[in-house]
Design a protein around this ligand. Structure first.
Ligand code: GDD
Length: 318
């Protein structure tokens, strides 16, 4: 049985990764949590499904001890401060959390002399400012990050490269484009809109849906396809390499809003909230997934329309 450690297991992608690994029945699953972590995303799991370890990845001792105890064959490093706007409010917190955790994991694996393969959840946000003649974006595109969050992900990405070159610590850097689905945190755009609609339907909120920049374009994949891709990355991809994971199709946020509004009978007014506009928004993320598809044979199978339906149902049922 392969020993697998998932950081960020109580989060959105982490919890879906556990669900997927359980269907494969070929690994012993370990997850990391902090005493104040919310656990609603993993409450459906049985105690025998996964072993939970208390660990703070920003603390080198805590990270070292946990990795030493588990000695994982694979690590999926999904834990992060992942909400872009928060990184302008508290840039130091986003940078230290994301970069320190990465260094602490690499140092633990290096010092212990483990042969662990590590998947790094890097991000399409790293591309940042993308010019019209650069889409669909390849891995070779310049990185022009537009938020402290994006800078923190560039740092994680470059650390992956550097630890491979310096120490042969084996990681695969996955630049994940936007992914959505049930359990998505309510601050991210599709989940935020779906929750507002569900709250309006229940009469918990006045029939006004607040939005930010509707002109931005994002390449959306279902989280359940995304976590399958993370596993394939460790099964089939080259150490030290970087891969885009995306559908290769983008939608404006206005289109996402319209697709969600088409699924409700409620009469809803849409209003822009200036507080939801960003100091510098990434206008377009449309990826080229051919390098990853060639290496793994992966293809996304869940249509975005279904992802949005599932998200709305998730909020309606809560
Ligand atoms: N959150 C939010 N709320 N975004 C809005 C809103 C709103 O009310 N209205 C418009 N948007 C726009 C944002 O300005 C942005 O252009 C787009 O919707 C997507 O915003 P988010 O869902 O917050 O995601 P993100 O693209 O900033 O970042 C997500 O994807 C990255 C990968 O590309 C996060 O999951 C990151 O952690 C991830 O790395």
């Amino acid at each position: 049985m392969r020993r697998v450690l998932i950081t960020g297991v109580t989060g959105f992608a982490g919890s879906h990764l556990v669900d997927y690994l359980l269907t494969r029945n070929d690994c012993e699953i370990h997850g990391i949590w902090r005493w104040r972590s919310r656990t609603e995303n993993i409450e459906h799991l049985k105690p025998s499904d996964m072993q939970l370890h208390e660990c703070d990845l920003r603390d080198a001792t805590s990270t070292f001890d946990t990795i030493n105890k588990i000695k994982p064959d694979w690590i999926f490093h999904l834990a992060a401060q992942s909400f872009v706007p928060t990184s302008w409010v508290a840039p130091t917190e986003s940078l230290t959390t994301n970069i320190l955790a990465q260094v602490n994991i690499f140092e633990a694996v290096r010092r212990l002399g483990l042969k662990t393969r590590i998947q790094l959840a890097c991000s399409s946000e790293e591309y940042g400012m993308v010019f019209p003649d650069e889409v669909p974006i390849k891995e070779t595109n310049p990185l022009r990050p537009l938020s402290p969050y994006a800078v923190s992900k560039v740092a994680q990405d470059m650390l992956g490269y550097q630890y491979w070159m310096s120490w042969k610590v084996d990681s695969v850097r996955t630049r994940g484009f936007n992914h959505e689905g049930p359990r998505r945190g309510p601050v991210f755009v599709a989940s935020d809109f779906a929750k507002q609609i569900a709250d309006i339907e229940k009469g918990k909120k006045a029939p006004v849906l607040h939005v930010g920049n509707l002109e931005a374009k994002r390449d959306f994949t279902d989280v359940r396809d995304m976590v399958r891709a993370y596993v394939l990355a460790l099964e089939k991809c080259e150490p030290g390499e970087v891969y885009n994971i995306c559908r290769g199709r983008c939608w404006t946020i206005r289109e996402v809003l319209d697709m969600l509004l088409a699924q409700t009978k409620a009469k809803i007014e849409v209003k822009q909230d200036p507080a939801r506009l960003r100091p510098s928004d990434v206008q377009i993320l449309l990826g080229d997934n051919s390098k990853f598809v060639k290496a793994t044979g992966w293809e996304p199978v869940i249509p975005f329309e279904q992802t949005l339906r599932d998200m709305l149902e998730h909020w309606r049922s809560r």
